[in-house]
Design a protein around this ligand. Structure first.
Ligand SMILES: *[C@@H]1O[C@H](CO)[C@@H](O)[C@H](O)[C@H]1NC(C)=O
Ligand SMILES: *[C@@H]1O[C@H](CO)[C@@H](O)[C@H](O)[C@H]1NC(C)=O
Length: 345
């Protein structure tokens, strides 16, 4: 408490003087599809975003695609100079899975992909900027998507293999690894209703939950591989990145619903389905959520719960694997009763 007050007073006095304290670090972040372009260069194969924006160009991608984007594949030096001019301490970027592993698997490692990310990482370090790497910012190899992507339970193994390649290639210089960026988007949004996110498969009531389970297992695979094989040598950190929202009722009429959402602590770190299995004491899904979905599934005539259960082994595999939690911006959300079939519940 005392430290906290001292820190706030320090920060406050610095802000009043118009200066940030010297220990305050600045960073900026990008993701590969959003900046790299060069979508079909060298031996890179299409990711789900390449496919999505080529097929659903008009409606879903606002008449745009990432074919060229900010052209950072070619202009990374200018981009890094701009980052240095800004005085950034950190730069977070993501690696495109298919630029490094054109088949999606480690049977083929792209020389050009390795060259590109080596130059980027070395360029950052040369400018005194610390690299933070996101391993998955929503760009699954299209061929893995064709096999079911995040709804295929084998993806834990595929992601583990990819992670091992990245740690091996870049772990000597990259000390902060972010496994999966915002599973809420990878799963709930990408498998949502009228989804505007690749792969654009609308299956909010089941697909999104299969994805959630497999995403957490994939994160756990990567975390444990690093912990055993790389951490002793490189002393880095690995985290999932979760997006956390504050929830409240949309109107006075929905106040009770807001309170229920809040009481499930969806708004806190504790009970979000993408967070609870990793960071809670018990592990597994939050019991209240598991019960609600199981009951709903039964009433809907399913023979199983649409929220796929974890085995005890899986619960223990995922639980407690953290030293750090990277949080994406938190904002607030209003909740109301869902329209029929609008959102999974
Ligand atoms: C790569 O994509 C561009 C469109 O962005 C296209 O003009 C070009 O022909 C493609 N190159 C190859 C080798 O397919
Ligand atoms: C939610 O969090 C609050 C504060 O930590 C706690 O008192 C309450 O019991 C929690 N609710 C549930 C349903 O876990």
């Amino acid at each position: 408490m005392k430290t906290c007050i001292v820190l706030s007073v320090l920060l406050f006095s610095h802000l009043c003087s118009g200066k940030f304290p010297p220990w305050f670090k600045f960073g900026a972040a990008t993701s590969s599809y959003q900046i790299e372009g060069a979508w079909n260069i060298s031996d890179k194969t299409p990711s789900i975003w390449d496919t999505f924006c080529h097929i659903k160009y008009d409606v879903k991608c606002s008449n745009a695609n990432g074919d060229v984007a900010a052209n950072s594949y070619y202009q990374w030096e200018e981009d890094l100079d701009a980052a240095a001019d800004l005085g950034l301490d950190y730069y977070r970027f993501s690696i495109s899975w298919t630029r490094i592993l054109p088949t999606g698997y480690p049977n083929k490692i792209s020389k050009d992909g390795v060259r590109y990310y080596n130059e980027l990482i070395n360029g950052l370090l040369a400018r005194g900027i610390v690299p933070m790497v996101t391993m998955y910012h929503w760009e699954l190899p299209q061929n893995l998507q064709d096999l079911g992507g995040w709804t295929n339970s084998l993806i834990g193994t595929w992601f583990a293999d990819y992670a091992k390649v990245l740690f091996t290639l870049f772990g000597d210089r990259v000390k902060t690894w972010l496994t999966i960026n915002e599973p809420l988007i990878t799963c709930a949004a990408a498998y949502g209703k009228n989804t505007g996110f690749a792969p654009g498969i609308s299956d909010p009531n089941y697909g999104a939950f299969l994805c959630a389970k497999n995403t957490l297992l994939a994160h756990a695979h990567a975390w444990r591989i690093y912990d055993v094989m790389f951490k002793p040598k490189y002393r880095g950190k690995v985290s999932i990145v979760n997006q956390i929202f504050w929830m409240e009722g949309q109107s006075e009429k929905e106040r009770k619903l807001g309170e229920l959402t809040f009481s499930l602590n969806v708004s806190t770190l504790q009970k979000v389905i993408y967070t609870y299995p990793v960071f809670s004491k018990n592990g597994g899904w939050p019991a209240e959520i598991e019960e609600i979905i199981s009951t709903n599934s039964k009433n809907e005539g399913f023979s199983f719960s649409r929220l796929p259960p974890f085995t005890t082994e899986e619960i223990n595999f995922i639980k407690g694997i953290f030293k750090t939690l990277l949080r994406a911006r938190g904002s607030d959300r209003k909740c109301r009763r869902s329209h029929q079939g609008f959102i999974s519940k």
